[in-house]
Design a protein around this ligand. Structure first.
Ligand code: FMN
Length: 188
């Protein structure tokens, strides 16, 4: 199983970094697999800690993937020397226990050292899920055909039209703009 989360880390100089990241539940913690090269990986290897944030704000996923907005507000974590997403519904503060080296995608075995519930989960929403799927597609634009993107975005648009609120509508517009920009650059 994979949960789609927002991982927050800090650099050696304390500069916060925010990245959408799949997290696999493991005994006592989370398995994170950041690709090389990535700021998230560098920060984890340097500081050995970070935060796995659970949010229903689709804009954070779409904003980071499209680079339209990456500086989402963070606040100091409760226990580890890092930051968490200010709007996280819940968060787990983690320490890296073990690193399984891999040239492309090392496995970070992280132990949860603190858990917090910050806000009530407001319930499932199809448009949030559609934005999440759209964000994954945008992160793979260079690998996917125009037909595949049109087909998938066309289907996801139904959930957006029927169930989106203002946040999901804005997040979706960032994703569709990214598809157009990619095409204007002359790619498929
Ligand atoms: C839903 C979702 C899940 C993602 N999961 C991962 C992941 O598990 N590992 C990874 O390296 N990137 C993942 N990405 C892409 C990263 O968020 C993106 O590449 C990010 O820029 C990480 O690099 P950075 O730490 O240098 O910012 C995911 C993106 C999305 C939208």
């Amino acid at each position: 199983m994979i949960r789609e989360t927002i991982v927050t880390t800090v650099s050696g100089d304390g500069v916060p970094h925010i990245a959408p990241m799949g997290a696999t539940p493991i005994e006592g913690g989370w398995l994170l697999q950041p690709f090389r090269p990535s700021t998230t990986l560098d920060n984890f290897l340097k500081t050995r800690c970070g935060v796995v944030n659970f949010t229903d704000d689709a804009r954070v996923f779409a904003g980071c993937v499209t680079k339209r907005k990456t500086d989402w507000p963070t606040v100091k974590a409760d226990l580890v020397d890092s930051v968490r997403l200010e709007t996280a519904l819940a968060h787990h503060e983690v320490r890296v226990e073990r690193v399984e080296e891999d040239g492309q995608r090392p496995k970070l075995h992280c132990a949860i050292v603190h858990r917090a519930n910050n806000k009530a989960f407001p319930g499932l929403n199809r448009a949030v899920a559609a934005v999440l799927e759209g964000a994954v597609l945008v992160s793979r634009l260079h690998m996917l055909s125009r037909e595949k993107i049109d087909q998938e975005f066309g289907y996801l648009q139904i959930a957006i039209d029927k169930t989106a609120g203002p946040h999901e509508t804005e997040a979706w517009s960032w994703l569709t703009d990214a598809v157009l920009a990619h095409r204007e650059q002359g790619a498929s």
